[in-house]
Design a protein around this ligand. Structure first.
Ligand code: FAD
Ligand code: DLZ
Ligand code: SF4
Length: 507
């Protein structure tokens, strides 16, 4: 009988995975903790713990289902430390001459598996609502790939929040009712955190001993099994979903999680499925326990943004991660890696990233992302940072969010205009500016909020590209109507901030 290896990667922890449903008696399931994956970028230690703990527990589950699992621990002396190396080793050990795998999420691993000397049969990853082929068909011939229209297709396809072929309540989007500023609220439900069990605690010790990456391990509280991920989902749906829409964009110093779901890592490694998550949110609307604006906004993030980002990443191929449309070349300031800063907003976003490996979307987009874009940081450095520091970071979703949505490095494939703002937006949506060393109201001077000077500096230096953008013309008119002396001062102050950043000085 032919022996085949069934490869299961660290983000493929789903029993109904195509490679597992293709398994036959006598096949060997291969799972491997390897440095090639654990250190290709300086992952936050909590992220490494999550992957290794969830992998080990999934392997136990597979054995319980009757699979023969050949599992390589990180500290196995025989470990070759690459996925392909482990396939070669296991093939020799078991006399196997074929590998079955579900398509890897990243181009990097796809290329490695394409070069594997053992023949590999690749099956599609069916855990997404929109397949790769379906997305290409939707994109074909379109000049602009608008997420909103893609999302409507996904609503029709899934039937979520639909009334026949029309959207429920005759509206696709309820965002006008969402996105209120931050209000401290002691009664806001706190998401459950999961104390490490003995197996996870052992992995925490292993990771602490082997990796010296940015990020703390002391607050590890992530679910590492489907059972606990379901508890996290259920808690969100019951307690936080009703507030999700209103609080989606709010930021508060003392509250890292607000009313967010904290389920992205579980979706991305396969402990939860996007459809089950959306259906449980939809049920809350029908049971009149959550308002339409929260439920629709939440479902849009998952069947809209998440699927759309994957489609864009796959459509644009391996070169997407090298894009740099604005030719940005700056260094990533040390404050992103926990270095000192006078900017309270960056300090808060980076601080909670260090503690929890988590920041919510608006912190990523409008604080750390916004600043990197205004400061002209090289997008590959920005991408490396996001890919490393967040618990949910895998390339297919991190790259389009970072390079496309946040840094405009893809030249406008995803965003029709750059996501930039002055300090006023951050002040409106957060409590960061109160007590910051900078003055959010000051437009010039040593005390002026760096977002204020760099905002206009960015528009000025990229005038040729953006002045004719219909959504940005108004900002250029505001700039042009300022007194010339004031404009010169803003630019000179912006230059000073950029010079400090270039010299590695604290801002
Ligand atoms: P919630 O705010 O509760 O949202 C619910 C779910 O919607 C999330 O779990 C997620 O699955 C989905 N979602 C929301 N927004 C997006 C989006 N823009 N793209 C894809 N899915 C979305 N998300 C990742 O999963 N991995 C990443 O590596 C990642 N990198 C990002 C980098 C940048 C610069 C930005 C701006 C966003 C990034 N995001 C990424 C998207 C988003 O910030 C996270 O999905 C979200 O913060 C996860 O927390 P949550 O589960 O509490 O989400
Ligand atoms: C992220 C990650 C880490 C930290 N470690 C492993 C590992 O040891 N073994 C493994 O199979 N996968 C790991 N992963 C997840 C992979 O990097 C992920 O499967 C690819 O990036 C494809 O999306
Ligand atoms: Fe951030 Fe500026 Fe507000 Fe300080 S004043 S917290 S730098 S937006």
């Amino acid at each position: 009988m032919v022996t085949r290896l069934i490869l299961i990667l660290g983000d493929q922890l789903t029993p109904s995975l195509s490679a597992l449903t293709a398994a036959q008696a006598g096949d060997i399931v291969v799972m491997a903790e390897v440095m090639g994956e654990a250190a290709y970028t300086p992952h936050h230690p909590q992220k490494i713990v999550l992957f290794l703990a969830a992998m080990r527990k999934f392997a136990t589950q597979l054995r319980g289902l009757g699979h023969h699992v050949a599992y390589t621990n990180l500290d196995d002396p025989e470990n070759s430390h690459s996925i392909v190396g482990e396939l070669i080793r296991r093939a020799a050990e078991h006399g196997a001459d074929q590998v079955i795998c579900t398509q890897a999420g990243d181009w990097r691993l796809r290329a490695a598996l394409d070069a594997c000397p053992i023949p590999v049969t690749t099956l599609p990853d069916t855990r997404f609502i929109c397949s790769e082929v379906e997305f290409s068909a939707w994109a074909a011939g379109k000049k602009q790939l608008r997420m909103e229209y893609f999302y409507r297709e996904m609503r029709r396809k899934t039937g979520l929040l639909m009334d026949g072929d029309q959207p429920l309540l005759e509206r696709w989007n309820f965002d006008a009712e969402n996105r209120k500023p931050a209000v401290p609220d002691l009664l806001r439900p706190k998401p459950p955190r999961f104390a490490p069990d003995a197996q996870t605690a052992q992995i925490i010790d292993l990771v602490r001993g082997r990796f010296n990456h940015f990020g703390a391990l002391s607050d590890f509280g992530w679910a590492t099994t489907r059972e606990d991920a379901l508890i996290a989902l259920d808690h969100f749906i019951t307690h936080s979903l009703p507030r999700f829409g209103a609080e989606q964009d709010a930021m508060l110093r003392g509250d890292a999680f607000l009313s967010h779901a904290l389920i992205s890592p579980y979706l991305n490694i396969g402990l939860l499925s996007p459809l089950e998550v959306c259906q449980s949110a939809e049920a809350e609307y029908h049971a009149q326990r959550a308002p339409i604006e929260s439920v629709e906004g939440f479902i849009r993030q998952i069947i809209g943004w998440r699927e759309y980002m994957r489609g864009i990443y796959l459509l644009h191929g391996p070169e997407y991660i090298t894009s740099n449309a604005l030719s940005a070349k700056g260094k990533l300031p040390a404050m992103y890696w926990g270095g000192p800063t006078k900017m309270a907003c960056i300090g808060a976003a980076v601080g909670q990233t260090q503690t929890h490996a988590y920041a919510h979307h608006i912190q990523r987009l409008m604080v750390t992302g916004n600043f990197a874009l205004l400061a002209g940081v090289a997008p590959d450095l920005v991408h490396e940072w996001y890919l490393s520091v967040y618990i949910d970071a895998v390339e297919w979703v991190c790259a389009p969010n970072t390079l496309g949505m946040s840094q405009f490095a893809d030249g406008g494939v995803i965003a029709s205009k750059p996501y930039i703002s002055s300090g006023a937006y951050i002040n409106r949506m957060s409590d960061y500016c109160k007590g910051c060393a900078y003055d959010v109201a000051a437009k010039t001077g040593a005390n002026a909020c760096p977002f204020n000077t760099l905002y206009w500096h960015f528009l000025h230096r990229h005038r040729e590209r953006f002045a004719r953008n219909a959504r940005m013309g108004q900002m250029y008119r505001v700039w042009d109507n300022m007194a010339e002396g004031h404009r010169d001062q803003v630019l000179a102050d912006g230059d000073k901030v950029l010079a400090k950043l270039a010299k590695g000085e604290v801002v």
